[in-house]
Design a protein around this ligand. Structure first.
Ligand code: NAP
Length: 253
C-alpha cells in the first residue's frame, strides 16, 4: 500500500478572510496548496470547502506583542515542515488613518504602521528562518501604487507601502539560498478597502473623486481577476527577478 503523498506546496496568507487575500487563498487552494491564513477572524467558508488544506490562526497583526506571542508558539514552523515550495503573502493591510498629518490620531498611526510594515517584516524573518532548508521559498508583499506615487491624505499608507518596497529591494540583495522576494502592487481592486475610500470626506482625501470615478466606469478589477494574475506571477520563474512589480504592467498571460 502506498502512503498518501505529502503536501509539498504550502502558503501563508495574511488577511485571508476578505477581499484580495480571500481570492489569493482560493486561487492557491485550487492549485493544491495547503493554506495557513492569519487574520483577526476566520474565513466564513474556506475551511468547510477545503477541510484538509485550510489552517487558520486568529491574530491581530496590528499588535507586535500578539505577533511575537504567536510566533513563539511554533505554528508557522510546524506548518512549513516537509514542504517543497513555500510562500508567504503579506497581504493584510489598512489605508487608515486617512487625512492630513495633523488629523492623524497617533495611536491609529502606530497600529497602521505595525499592520502594514512591522507584521510583514516580522513574519518574513520568521518565515526565512523556518524555511532555510527548503528548496523553493518565496515572499510577496502586497504593495500599492501609493508606494510609488504620493497622495495627499495618504501619508501613512504611502510611507508604509514604500517601506515594503524597500524591504524587498534590500532582502533581494541578501542572496539567501532558494529565496525569492518581491512586492506586487495589485492595481485597484473592488474590495471593502475601496468601499471605505469612496466614503471618506474629500477634505481629508482629495483623490477620493478619482476612486469614485474608477468604480463608476467599471475600471476596478475583481479580487478574483487580480488574484489569478498575482498567483500566476508569484509561481512563475520571473518572480523575484525584479523587486517591485505592478500587476497592471505585466504582459497578459
Ligand atoms: P480589505 O478588503 O480591507 O481586507 C483586509 C484583510 O486584512 C482582511 O482579511 C482583514 O481580516 C485583514 N486585516 C485587517 N486588519 C487586520 C489586523 N489588524 N490583523 C489581522 N488581519 C487584519 O483589503 P483589500 O483591499 O483586500 O487589501 C488587501 C491588500 O491589498 C492590502 O495590503 C492593501 O493595501 C492592498 N491593496 C489593495 C488595493 C485595492 O484597490 N483594494 C490596491 C492596492 C493595494 P480581518 O478583518 O478578518 O482581520
Amino acid at each position: 500500500m502506498t502512503s498518501p503523498s505529502p503536501v509539498v506546496s504550502k502558503a501563508i496568507v495574511t488577511g485571508h478572510t476578505r477581499g484580495l487575500g480571500a481570492a489569493l487563498s482560493e486561487a492557491l487552494l485550487a492549485r493544491g496548496f495547503s493554506l495557513l491564513g492569519l487574520a483577526r477572524t476566520r474565513h466564513p467558508l474556506l475551511a468547510q470547502r477545503f477541510p484538509s488544506a485550510v489552517n487558520e490562526a486568529e491574530i491581530d497583526l496590528s499588535d507586535t506583542r500578539s505577533i511575537e506571542a504567536w510566533l513563539a508558539e511554533g505554528t508557522l514552523q510546524r506548518f512549513l515542515q516537509g514542504a517543497r515550495q513555500v510562500l508567504l503573502i503579506n497581504n493584510a493591510g489598512t489605508a487608515a488613518p486617512i487625512g492630513p498629518c495633523s488629523l492623524q490620531p497617533p495611536h491609529e498611526v502606530g497600529r497602521s504602521v505595525v499592520l502594514n510594515v512591522a507584521a510583514p517584516l516580522m513574519l518574513s524573518s520568521a518565515f526565512a528562518a523556518a524555511s532555510s532548508n527548503l528548496p523553493d521559498r518565496r515572499i510577496a508583499h502586497v504593495s500599492s501604487g501609493a508606494a510609488r506615487n504620493a497622495y495627499a491624505g495618504w501619508g501613512i499608507y504611502c510611507a508604509t507601502k514604500a517601506a515594503l518596497d524597500h524591504h524587498a529591494r534590500a532582502v533581494a540583495l541578501d542572496g539567501e539560498r532558494a529565496m525569492r522576494v518581491a512586492t506586487i502592487a495589485p492595481g485597484v481592486v473592488d474590495t471593502d478597502m475601496q468601499t471605505a475610500l469612496r466614503e471618506v470626506d474629500e477634505g481629508r482625501f482629495p483623490s477620493r473623486g478619482k476612486f469614485v470615478e474608477l468604480k463608476q466606469t467599471g475600471q476596478l478589477s475583481s479580487p478574483q481577476q487580480a488574484a489569478e494574475k498575482f498567483i500566476e506571477y508569484l509561481l512563475s520563474d520571473s518572480f523575484g527577478q525584479t523587486p517591485t512589480v505592478d500587476l497592471r504592467s505585466l504582459p497578459a498571460q
